[in-house]
Design a protein around this ligand. Structure first.
Ligand code: AMP
Length: 620
């Protein structure tokens, strides 16, 4: 029996560029995608630090151009990766914020917050976004929320999945399940389109987002969703198309104005925002303009780009997407004609060239555009959250069977990869394989666990390395059983067992490689609470300043009215005027003060003003 969780449970699509949250609504029998305080159903996955406060989502994105070095985005491109990873090194060159190597080769983001240098891991930045998504849901549900299903790209590896789970924990969430984004989208499609009919349907999910690309093929029959194969690229999406356009305009600027803007983070941030906007325009228009006043050294930059040029500069990336589609079908042992529905998910699936190539690939088949590509993943995550929650009766009893995206195995002598669980195996799964010692009187065996598809083990991703002691004996005489199990979150556990006539020994191995320790997580939870308290204090202060400002405005208006002010005694007039001067100066120099200073002063001002007004009233 599957474990069921008590209380509200939400589904979160933690995206590279935007995140989205949904909840199953028992009274309406459907998922509600929840809008944030700005009225938007997607929230930028962006966190900014300033001299006075921390900003999240739209507020962070909106000030990015003026504070580029302290505005952090793309945490999903860092999570679970090492600093030395060539992909990370390439990204660092494009980001205006600083990333350095931390302990265990973990990338560390460096910002300036309230005048001090602060360091964050990608898990912490993601946890801030997850907290924001939880708060959006709490405001809507008017109740605290603890449980969540979080989605990850199907092609995320073991470290990326674990790190995402850690981010959830730092956000104070109970992560009930990690599910794959295309699978979540398939659930949404199935439920909205009622594809879960009696006839078997093969559904192809094409999910091209801001930073990642995933495809999955599922067979759906009678509420049973079985993933047949998945493929993708955890570093391909809308931002790569933006980057190509940014590079194009950087070169054009250099050519036209003989100036290099690459070293000017503010200019690059403004250019990137303009490029993203132009890219969106090119999805419905054949030409888009770039219009940036005084972008660098006082120079205005006006230019334009055609859809054809945009397509040409990204063609090899679009073709890469189609190669992935092809290999996914091959893995599922299906031909393109047997696909019933091709479903578009992710903001970048709106690009007309991508749609055209995909339609051509599927021999002119009409693509399903009916589900909202920005919301489908959160929608599916919310369905999954309802399925594992206690007491929700209205959600259809769907069965979800996903697969593992990468082969898992151990290194054999000679640097050979021995696969224990091949990629695209249904999860959860448990598989055992027996190995032998290779030397006479060998005292221990080093078990190196890898994930990947390459024949040479060292070309794959090393997940963990463990020593296992064995009793001395001739070579090949000690059998070691290695058991690999993957849970429904796609997370691996390995155990080894040696059984001779004399002894039986077993160890369980968890991949802690590059993972946060319990103490580190506890420390980050505490840190997150401190930041949250500071955010609350700042909000309180802004509210108090605004209340004082409003009251000062009201008093000023009354004092400007001769009928009233002429009735005041000189002493009272002076008292009010000097209180108003003090109030204005408090507001103008508000940096160092706490919220209570403004609250207390407002009370003082109210008392001075009202007692003077009362005297006038009594005098009448
Ligand atoms: P997602 O991760 O699914 O939220 O997708 C976000 C990505 O989709 C960003 O890179 C956006 O720039 C991109 N995007 C959103 N709308 C469009 C559009 N109309 N045309 C092209 N790209 C888009």
């Amino acid at each position: 029996m599957e474990e069921k969780y008590k209380g509200f449970a939400i589904g979160i699509d933690l995206g590279t560029t935007y995140s989205c949250v949904g909840v199953w609504q028992e009274q309406n029998d459907r998922v509600e995608i929840i809008h944030n305080d700005q009225g938007n159903k997607t929230t930028p996955s962006c966190v900014a630090f300033t001299n006075s406060q921390r900003l999240i989502g739209d507020a962070a994105k909106n000030q990015a151009a003026s504070n580029p070095t302290n505005t952090i985005y793309d945490a999903k491109r860092l999570i679970g990766r090492k600093y030395s990873d060539s992909i990370v090194q390439k990204d660092i060159k494009l980001w205006p914020f600083k990333v350095t190597a931390g302990a265990n080769d973990k990338p560390t983001i460096v910002v300036n917050y309230k005048g001090k240098e602060k360091h964050f891991l990608a898990e912490e930045i993601s946890s801030v976004i997850l907290t924001q998504m939880r708060e959006i849901a709490e405001a809507f549900l008017e109740s605290p929320v603890k449980n969540a299903v979080i989605t990850v790209p199907a092609y995320f590896n073991d470290s990326q999945r674990r790190a995402t789970k850690d981010a959830g924990e730092i956000a104070g969430l109970n992560v009930m399940r990690i599910i794959n984004e295309p699978t979540a989208a398939a659930l949404a499609y199935g439920l909205q389109k009622r594809a879960n009919c009696v006839d078997k349907r093969n559904i192809f999910i094409f999910d091209l987002g801001g930073g990642t690309f995933d495809v999955s093929i599922l067979t759906v029959k009678n509420n049973d969703y079985e993933v047949k194969a998945t493929a993708g690229d955890t570093h391909l999406g809308g931002e790569d198309f933006d980057n190509r356009m940014v590079n194009h305009f950087v070169s054009e600027f250099k050519r036209k104005h003989k100036e290099e803007i690459i070293g000017n983070p503010k200019a690059i941030r403004r250019l990137r925002t303009a490029c993203e906007r132009a890219k969106r325009t090119l999805s419905y228009d054949t030409e888009a303009t770039i219009d940036l006043d005084s972008i660098h050294q006082g120079i205005d930059f006006y230019s334009s780009i055609t859809r054809a040029k945009f397509e040409q500069m990204n063609m090899n990336l679009f073709e890469k997407c189609m190669d992935t589609v092809n290999s996914c079908l091959a893995d599922a042992k299906m031909d393109r004609g047997s696909v019933d529905d091709v479903v578009l998910v992710g903001g970048s699936s709106r690009i007309p060239k991508v749609r055209q190539l995909l339609q051509e690939f599927f021999q002119g088949k009409e693509l399903c555009k009916s589900i909202n590509p920005d919301e489908a993943v959160a929608y599916g995550a919310a369905i999954q959250a309802a399925l594992v929650s206690e007491g929700i009766k209205s959600v259809p009893n769907l069965i979800l069977r996903d697969v593992t995206p990468l082969s898992l195995g151990v290194e054999l002598q000679g640097n050979l990869m021995s696969v224990v669980i091949p990629r695209n195996t249904s999860i959860p799964v448990k598989k055992t394989k027996s190995y032998h010692t290779v030397y006479d009187n060998q005292s221990y065996v080093t078990i190196k666990v890898y994930e990947g598809e390459r024949t040479r083990a060292s070309d794959n991703n090393l997940l963990g390395l463990f020593d296992f002691s064995v009793p001395p004996a001739p070579r090949c005489s000690i059998p070691i059983k290695e058991c690999f199990s993957i849970d429904s979150d796609g997370i691996l556990n390995v155990s080894a067992e040696e059984e001779t006539n004399a002894s039986k020994k077993a160890i369980t191995i968890t991949n802690e490689n590059g993972r946060l320790s319990r103490e580190e997580i506890e420390k980050m939870i505490l840190q997150a609470e401190i930041f949250k308290a500071q955010d609350m204090e700042f909000k309180k202060k802004v509210k108090a300043i605004n209340a004082l400002d409003d009251y000062l405005y009201k008093v000023r208006k009354v004092m400007e009215d001769n009928c009233v002010s002429s009735k005041l005694t000189t002493v009272d007039k002076e008292k009010i005027n000097s209180a108003m001067i003090k109030g204005k100066s408090l507001i103008d120099n508000n940096q160092q003060e706490d919220a209570f200073v403004f609250v207390d002063f407002l009370k003082e001002l109210e008392s001075i003003f009202e007692s003077s007004m009362n005297k006038i009233k009594k005098g009448k």
